[in-house]
Design a protein around this ligand. Sequence first.
Ligand code: ZN
Ligand code: ZN
Length: 454
Amino acid sequence: MAVKVQYDQDCRMTITGVECSCGCEHHAIDKDIYIGKGLLEKVPQYITRRGLGTHCVLVADDNTWRVAGEAVEKHLTDAGFAVTRCVIHREGDMLPDDLSCGEVLLSITRETEFLIAVGSGTVTDTTRINAERTGLPFVSVGTAPSMDGYASAVAPLLHRGLKIQRPAVCPEIIVCDLDVLATAPLSMIASGVGDVLGKYIAKADWQLGEIINGEACCPVCVEMVTNAVNALVDNVDEIAQKTEKGMRILIEALLLAGVTIMIIDNTRAVASIEHNIAQYWEMILVQQGKEPPMHGASVGVSTLLVWPLFERFAKEDLSRLDLEKIKAKRMPRENRERWMRHAYGEEGGNQIMRENPGDFLTWEEQERRIRTAQERFTEIQQVIAAMPPLAKIRQVMETLHAEMTPEEEHIPDDLLRRSMHCGKDYRTRYTLFKLLDECGLLEEYLKEYPYSFE
Ligand SMILES: [Zn+2]
Ligand SMILES: [Zn+2]
């Protein structure tokens, strides 16, 4: 049965056709997602229906307070809710760091029954981690279709300057008002599109994991994300003009990405090497005290960066691989440990290695993977052939005046080069980059980087 997304008369999303017998453990979608027009005034009614209580902390930053927070607070107060306001003021952009998380925590009292985040990535993640640590449910009111984290259950945060991911919780209720979303600047909309375009890479990498390592790959999640990203590519003009249809297609794609996370309880369908690279840029720039690029914008740029490697690999001749040579050139464990600490820092490198013990392959395992790739290369080519042409993706981004090069993201050359090498080492999750490395091809493929774009 095909996956079908519909809305009831209250603008609540219903998804059918998600029955699946793949090897992944599946969870029910038990959250309320609302997409539509004029929804801010309905927030109190949605909360009451879900029985979350009447005492809440409302989290926003200066900007999101102005575009929706103030209105949401008024509607809640009018409906008899007791609202503690936590508007986070910053000179520049608010970051999801220790200070912001602490500000939310200190706004919570023993009377607080739920939290409500009015904002996009940073506000939502800062609230999300507090919801998880306090055990309070939370509501997310989206203000920009700029990233796919609304329905996520992990919180990317900055802890002592290091970019970390912490298990957190998904909002009980997500409300995305299409008129509010349309007030977002085009750069934020382009960022959301960049985040969604990365799903083509995530999908291909997941299918590679299935082919090479027998990893369970959920066809329902793949279909859900593929339909959503295809719709986005086909309707980019509507999105650029911020029409109701365009905003709905974009936010739906961003939220459905999150729904796959709810279903299989991990981000496999929505994030792979393109996210690792983008997150690495963010981490290093933050360590250097610089303002990082917008999440989705950098995912869009890294998607363009890694895409040519897929196209090139599809034309590869794996019979040319010299296994003895690959074996001789293997990186000894202590060199790899040194490299990880060099790339991710003493603390970060050690932590990643602890969390991903499977990344030190024995030669037997490496050889098995190479031979599997050789034997099943036609299937790998089919996975890559299912990706749209890179030119089409570039055209989508151009239509939105999206940032397209690492230079536009202010990524220095050395950081760019390092990220292309170490992005694959961020986690065990299988990617084409890991396969290239195992086949002894990665250095050769990366020699020409950064690729010129014109
Ligand atoms: Zn993302
Ligand atoms: Zn499945």
